[in-house]
Design a protein around this ligand. Structure first.
Ligand SMILES: [Zn+2]
Length: 376
């Protein structure tokens, strides 16, 4: 069998991976993390009532450079969103950018932005193995990162379920490090509507199955897959996404970039899906990449100018307006007009349940008034 993953230097730690896991055990951190014991959902709907104007919104799929000037622009965007749309953008979770190898200084980040910008560690080139060893993951977790983002890549042949990746997934499972918007395969479409990004259906489904092997093997690994797992380009693909979510309770999805691909899906089907799986869907946009409403991004490239792009997402979720689809605006989509309870889950409650620190930060920022933040 072809094994594209060569034992390169980035994987050297795997030579001692059993030792690495033993070390994790010796430090007493194994089995202390995880979704249920530290971030259990509890009475998530308890607490104050929100309106669309004051509910905190969290973008779990942002690409923000480790650059203070760029981050200042996001704070300007926050003010612009409040001023122009009357909405409360509470937090961005950045999955980083290829241009910066590491997140910024985490203490400085907290001091400057009050927790409103969070970072994940990330690896955008995984065909030679995952970049972080189990020990690295622990160190970054202690420094306060939200999770680990990885991207199997555009090209065919990446084996995310290669056994060499097991020690990293096992460590993430054991210490409660969130798989933050891992991006699996790329949008393929269906016959007659293949995409220009990944037009090989057999390889697409092989990569999907390879990822399913990982999800199945690590049932406690908290996963928020990017882009609805790219199972959202047809009604039939959406059924496959239903299968994944129903089969694997540890699996969740973000919405980043998906509105520009959703037009072939029946609106009633999509709305039914969003209601049924509202506990598993998180708001995300891909802001900072060129995929955040591409047509508008060409006109408004600076972070502080991206109010209209956000408006497109908000209108899609909250209203039943007809909207341009967003890549070349050649298609139309109709907004889903989701109920407020569902919007709260998508905008912040699911993020509070799944990611570390989010609940305590929102409480500190005053979103729950005098009331205790719900245990989610
Ligand atoms: Zn992205």
């Amino acid at each position: 069998m072809k094994r594209p993953l060569a034992p390169t230097s980035r994987r050297d730690f795997l030579k001692t991976s059993s030792g690495a896991l033993a070390w994790l055990g010796a430090t007493g951190v194994l089995h202390l993390g995880g979704a249920t014991d530290t971030r259990g959902n509890g009475p998530a709907q308890a607490g104050r009532l929100f309106t669309l104007a004051d509910m905190p919104r969290i973008d779990v799929h942002a690409h923000i450079l480790s650059d203070w000037k760029v981050m200042d622009e996001f704070m300007a965007l926050r003010q612009a969103l409040k001023g122009q749309l009357g909405v409360e953008m509470a937090m961005w979770i950045s999955l980083g950018s290829r241009k910066n190898p590491d997140p910024p200084d985490m203490d400085e980040l907290r001091a400057r932005y009050d927790g409103r910008i969070q970072f994940c560690i990330f690896d955008y080139e995984i065909k030679d193995g995952l970049r972080f060893s189990p020990q690295d993951l622990l160190k970054w977790q202690a420094r306060g990162v939200m999770g680990f983002k990885f991207y199997p890549g555009w090209e065919p042949g990446v084996q995310i379920d290669h056994p060499a990746n097991d020690p990293v997934f096992a460590a993430m499972d054991q210490i409660g490090m969130v798989a933050a918007s891992p991006h699996v395969a790329n949008p393929c479409g269906t016959h007659g509507r293949r995409t220009e990004w990944f037009a090989e259906p057999v390889e697409f489904w092989r990569q999907q199955r390879a990822w399913e092997n990982v999800v199945r093997k690590y049932p406690r690994l908290i996963i928020v897959n990017a882009h609805m797992l790219w199972l959202c380009c047809s009604d039939e693909q959406l059924d496959c996404l239903r299968y994944m979510l129903k089969s694997y309770p540890n699996l969740n999805i973000d919405l980043a970039t998906t509105p520009v691909f959703l037009h072939p899906v029946g609106r009633d089907n999509l709305r039914e899906f969003m209601l049924e799986y509202s506990d598993r869907i998180l708001f995300g946009t891909d802001v900072g990449s060129s995929w955040f409403v591409p047509e508008l991004d060409k006109r408004f490239p600076r972070a502080s100018e991206k109010v209209q792009q956000y408006r497109r997402y908000f209108d899609f979720l909250e209203t039943d307006q007809e909207l341009p689809s967003g890549i070349k605006d050649e298609c139309k989509i109709r907004g889903l007009a989701l109920p407020q309870e569902v919007l709260e889950k998508i905008y912040f409650r699911n993020a509070m349940r799944l990611y570390p620190h989010v609940g305590e930060i929102l409480k500190r920022l005053g979103y729950f008034g005098d009331q205790k933040a719900p245990e989610s």
